[in-house]
Design a protein. Structure first.
Length: 279
């Protein structure tokens, strides 16, 4: 018994040590970024310094002295459209793959998996050639097209798997009551998959804020940059690094993502209990 208790305590100690170490690894750079954003004057390096005179000057100068406001607006528009279009397509595709049998259904699902095996880096040249052919360099619509197209394969798989967890008896009961295809989807099944829809929306919205490689490859003029590309311009010159501006801009990126998360949070739970089998 003593041996079992000792092993449990050791297990708990190792678990807490791992969680503590992981928290430090995650929170340390985040804390440095936040503190650097509120420092007075320019910062020459990313370092943890407790002697700080907090000021919002970096945030005001970020909008008055740089194109950050334009970059922020560009990213918000791209993220919102990407979220709406991708979530709608993925939800409809997941429902279709889960509930209907059609020609090349299994083959197309396998094709989705094969596409996911190709990294984005391998397709950059093809994307650039497409942009040249369509005169789409510096065009937000082309970037949205790539984000949506790239997010469909794997997310459609995930949505299909989640739709599969919803009992088919709900569809059959609604069909007996005279409900058509769209009504069964909209009123019966859709409320039950709201948690996954919320997750899909959050993922799609976050993508454009964090993407640097693809957007930097296709956006060449400064006024068309997204925030990820724009912030890089503050630190790409070793002799004139604007770390305070970079940190302030990085902090502001988190605001719309946090707002959307808290807005969608209720769907993570309420969607699980909405609806049920007909009694």
């Amino acid at each position: 018994m003593n041996s079992i208790k000792w092993k449990r305590r050791l297990n708990h100690a190792l678990t807490y040590f791992y969680l503590l170490a992981l928290s430090v690894i995650i929170l340390y750079p985040l804390l440095i970024t936040i503190l650097s954003a509120f420092k007075v004057g320019n910062v020459v390096a990313f370092k943890l310094d407790s002697n700080i005179n907090f000021s919002f000057d970096n945030f005001s100068k970020l909008f008055s002295e740089t194109l950050y406001g334009t970059w922020y607006l560009n990213t918000l528009i791209i993220a919102m459209i990407t979220m709406l279009v991708q979530t709608s397509i993925v939800t409809l595709a997941g429902y279709a793959y889960s509930r209907y049998n059609f020609l090349a259904r299994k083959q197309s699902l396998v094709f989705f998996l094969i596409i996911q095996m190709v990294p984005t880096m391998a397709a950059l040249t093809a994307f650039f050639v497409m942009a040249l052919m369509l005169n789409a360099l510096n065009q937000s619509w082309f970037l949205i097209f790539l984000y949506v197209g790239g997010g469909i394969p794997m997310n459609a798989w995930l949505m299909k798997g989640y739709f599969d967890t919803v009992p088919i008896s709900l569809d059959e009961s609604a069909k007996l009551d005279g409900a058509g295809h769209f009504r069964r989807f909209w009123q019966i099944v859709l409320p039950l998959v709201r948690p996954m829809i919320a997750v899909q929306a959050l993922w799609a919205f976050m993508g454009p804020f964090g993407d640097y490689i693809l957007s930097s490859f296709l956006l060449r003029e400064k006024e068309f940059y997204t925030v990820a590309v724009g912030l890089q311009t503050f630190v790409n010159n070793a002799k004139n690094m604007k770390i305070a501006y970079f940190s302030a801009g990085a902090v502001l990126i988190a605001l719309p993502i946090c707002i959307l998360f808290f807005f969608l949070q209720k769907n993570f739970v309420s969607g699980l209990t909405a609806g049920g089998d007909k009694g």
